[in-house]
Design a protein around this ligand. Structure first.
Ligand code: BYC
Length: 331
């Protein structure tokens, strides 16, 4: 799945080069391969900036999966019944598994998992904005599993057609599992939407609180996106942030309305002339604050990860000593 996991000395020699310092022939050959739709594999020549961008993006994606397990994870012990508890446990476990696949894909580019985890814990590396908000009620887990997973599927099925082999193969597998999460989320939402007035009110309240973070999920508007142009050119991103946001609105606004729910934006409408959704400013200032460490739960999320890292250290140390043997009988 990942190809060879080692980085060769010639790859390291390339480290730190700007695109205009790259060997022009190799760069042209690389871009022609991408143009022809070929996959780039770990040992193929690639410009440093392509490597750097992929590490950044895949690493952030991996962090989003393990941090993303936390808001829903807090509801495992409080799930309303055994069937829901089992399903939620399986979903959360899947999300952590996705992080494993993604860290392995990022490692093929030369950054170790330990470095990635350190950068997450120190706050250097970002992860998805949405996981910095609290899951206050059971209905929040339904909205997350339906609409955040829906957003993730739009983003990931698009990026799964991308140019870097190990990432797209990981995404393909992740998308299968996410599609199942989406069904689970939709089932939970429909159950609440067709339930008692109290259940409907819980669901509406959750949608009201999550709508803005979900609008932010696809990234800043294209006019403010710093990486899109390069990533689209190298087919890492196959659609821009605004294109993905529009696709989400196209697919899910009608479904939300169909359930009799209200979307908390009085200006949301599809312009019949342009075919594009128009919406109020979802408060981009809040987005920048949240992704730079100042959201409602950023500190709590990282504190939980630090705790897990500390408690799991003995396991990692034991695994790093493959020749060690038990000397004391266990019983
Ligand atoms: N949150 O130039 P831009 C899941 C940052 S988990 C935080 O447009 P780009 C799930 C961006 O990193 C799925 N930060 O960036 C798990 C950049 O900052 P830096 C998560 C964001 O990369 C558990 C700056 O803003 N999905 O589904 O071209 C339970 C400028 O942005 C966000 C992925 O990770 C954000 N939303 O495009 C349930 C998909 N948006 O790095 C569900 C992979 C932007 O310069 N990632 N930033 O400091 C991508 O496809 C792209 O990275 C994005 C952003 C579309 C998100």
């Amino acid at each position: 799945m990942y190809g060879n996991l080692t980085v060769r000395p010639e790859d390291v020699e390339n480290w730190g080069k700007k695109v205009d310092q790259e060997n022009p022939e190799k760069l042209a050959e690389f871009e022609a391969r991408i143009e022809r739709g070929e996959k780039i594999e770990p040992h193929d020549w690639m410009p440093f900036e392509y490597r750097r961008q992929l590490i950044r993006l895949i690493e952030q994606h991996a962090h989003s999966e393990i941090i993303g397990a936390l808001p829903e994870g807090t509801w495992i012990t409080r799930a309303p019944n055994f069937r829901r508890k089992l399903a939620l446990m399986a979903k959360v476990q899947d999300e952590v598994g996705h992080a494993q696949l993604l860290y392995s894909a990022a490692e093929t580019l030369g950054k170790s998992r330990e470095q990635m985890i350190n950068d997450l814990l120190s706050g250097k590396s970002k992860y998805s904005n949405v996981f910095n908000y609290p899951a206050k009620t059971w209905a929040d887990t339904a909205i997350i599993a339906w609409l955040i997973d829906a957003g993730a599927i739009i983003n990931q099925t698009t990026n799964a057609k991308g140019s870097y082999g190990p990432y797209v193969r990981a995404l393909e597998r992740i998308c299968w599992e996410e599609s199942f999460h989406l069904k689970y989320g939709y089932d939970s939402v429909v159950y609440l939407a067709t339930g008692t007035p109290k259940q409907r009110a819980l669901l509406q309240d959750a949608l009201n609180r999550w709508w803005r973070p979900i609008m932010h999920f696809f990234g800043p508007p294209d006019t403010a996106s710093v990486h899109t142009e390069k990533l689209v050119k190298w087919k890492v991103k196959l659609a821009t942030n605004d294109e993905m946001r529009q696709q989400f609105l196209d697919m899910y606004v009608p479904k939300i309305w169909e359930l009799g729910l209200t979307i908390p934006d009085p200006n949301l409408r599809k312009n019949p002339e342009t075919g594009k959704w128009e919406y109020s400013d979802p408060n981009w200032e809040e987005f920048w604050q949240v992704i730079n460490g100042n959201g409602p739960c950023n500190k709590e999320r990282l504190a939980v990860r630090r705790f897990a890292e500390e408690k799991g250290r003995w396991v990692r140390e034991a695994l790093l000593q493959p020749n060690a043997r038990y000397v004391t009988p266990l019983a």
